[in-house]
Each structure stands twice: as C-alpha cells, then as structure tokens.
Ligand binder design. Structure first.
Ligand code: 13P
Length: 271
C-alpha cells in the first residue's frame, strides 16, 4: 500500500524531538451523506495550505467513506475509519475488514476509542487483535487510551493508561511502531466541555512515552506521536499544543464545524 505524500512528509520523516503534529476529526455517528461531503469539501478548502506542516485526518461514518474519500481527492488529507474488524472476511455480520477499508483508500484507523470500549464493550484483548491486524494490512493505527473519572478519582490514571497501552501494543514490533499514533483521551473529557489541563495531559503523555521506551527503545518512544483528545476546540487548542509533549489532537464535536476544525489545525501548525 502506498501512503503517497503522507509517507514522504509524515511518519516516515519523523525526526526524534521534531514530531510532526497530527490532527484528526472523529465525526462519530454524525452527519448524513450530503453533510459529510460538504464538511469534507470545506475541510479540504481550509486545510490544504497547512498540510505541509501537519497531518490532518478525517474519520467519517463507514457508509460515507467512499464519498468523503472522493471529496478529499489527492489533496493530502488522510481518510480514516472509526473502527475495523480483525478478520479478513467471512461470517461476521455488521463488521468491516481492513481489506475493505483499504479498498476505499482508507489510510488510518481508530482502534480502542473510548466509546468502543465503554459503550460497545470492547476489551483490551480485542483492541490488541484489531491493532495487530490493521498494522499487518498496512493501515496506520491511532490507538486510543484513557481513564474514566472514577479511575482518575481513585488515583488509577497512570495504571489504567499503561495497562491499555501495554495490552494494545502486545505483539507489535518496533518497525510497526512507525505506523502507530497514540491518542490519550480521558473519558471524562470527551464531549463534556471539560478539557484536561495541558499539565494533566502532559503528565499522562510522559508516562505513555516512558512506557513505549521501556517496551521498545528511546528512539521509538521519541518518534511516536501522542495526541490529546477530549473537548478540544479552536479556543483551547493553542494552550495544549504549546506543550512539546502534545503532538496534535483527536477532535470530536469541534470537527463537525469546518471553521472550528481548521482553527485547531492552524493552532497545531503555529505551535
Ligand atoms: P470531543 O472532542 O467531542 O470531546 O470528542 C473527543 C473524541 O472522542 C475524539 O475521538
């Protein structure tokens, strides 16, 4: 599979300490066909000039991937999927394989999003199976991790995030880590308007990076991008991105408005 311009400018070219930001718009179960295409058109128009300095991905609902992919054209934005199933094909009613996603020119996939874990009920083992299958197929993976409010209040933030990270990456080789981005999305910050402070986010990002260094090596840890997600808006993005530990954002609600989303991408470029 070829990643085109992204491969030339993106993860393949990451220099330790100079990680290229990546901003993703997770549209979740929102938009309809016409709104999805219009949003994609507007994001392309607004972001095109910024793509030399930042990777930008959109994650529309499955049924709109093809239409959104057409709207993205060859402008350099990444087409992403919100989930994937680990089996290549067969009797798995309702599921979508990485081969099907690749057929639609999907380049990047979310795995282990908090809504998959906490609403749909995915566990660490399934998340890991999906991570490995996606990487083997050539997709880039955003592995999402994050603690609930209860877990944070019980002082288990680091323990939970490390456990999700270690389990999610089990069996993933050092070379494959070039295809991996981690998104730290505290569950209590998602869709609540209660963004983590840059300080809180950085504290977890450091633990994530240290864990990757322990699992792999310092170079790998220095190259992996760690996004923050949870109520990121055009107004709070600059403060988050001012932290060198925060390599971009995974955006839900604010990615449904092209202006807001572009404001976040701009903040990433200016950081
Ligand atoms: P919000 O930006 O709506 O809080 O959602 C974050 C998220 O879950 C992105 O994957």
């Amino acid at each position: 599979m070829t990643l085109g311009a992204w491969d030339a400018q993106g993860v393949g070219a990451v220099v330790v300490g100079e990680r290229r930001s990546i901003v993703g718009g997770n549209w979740k179960m929102n938009t309809d066909l016409a709104a999805a295409v219009e949003l994609a058109d507007n994001v392309v128009a607004g972001c095109q000039a910024l793509l030399s300095e930042c990777d930008v991905a959109v994650f529309p609902p499955f049924p709109y991937l093809q239409a959104v992919g057409r709207a993205l054209g060859n402008h350099g934005l990444l087409l992403g999927a919100q989930d994937v199933y680990h089996q290549p094909n067969g009797a798995y009613t309702g599921e979508v394989s990485s081969a099907m996603l690749l057929d639609l020119n999907v380049q990047i996939v979310l795995v282990g999003h908090s809504e998959r874990r906490h609403v749909i009920g995915e566990d660490n083992e399934l998340v890991n199976t999906k991570v490995r299958a996606s990487l083997e197929s050539g997709l880039h993976v955003i592995l999402c991790i994050g603690e609930t409010l209860e877990q944070r209040q019980a002082g288990r933030t680091n323990q939970v995030n490390v456990a999700q990270l270690v389990a999610g990456l089990q069996g993933v080789g050092t070379e494959q880590m070039r295809q991996v981005t981690v998104a730290y999305e505290p569950v209590w910050a998602i869709g609540t308007g209660q963004t983590a402070t840059p300080r809180d986010a950085v504290a977890v990002h450091r633990v994530v990076r240290r864990t990757i260094a322990d699992l792999y090596d310092e170079d790998t840890a220095g190259s992996v991008r760690i996004q923050y997600g949870g109520s990121v808006t055009a107004s709070n993005a600059a403060d988050l991105f001012a932290e060198p530990e925060i390599d971009g954002a995974l955006v839900g609600g604010a990615s449904l408005e092209a202006d807001q989303f572009m404001g976040i991408v701009r903040a990433a470029v200016e950081s």
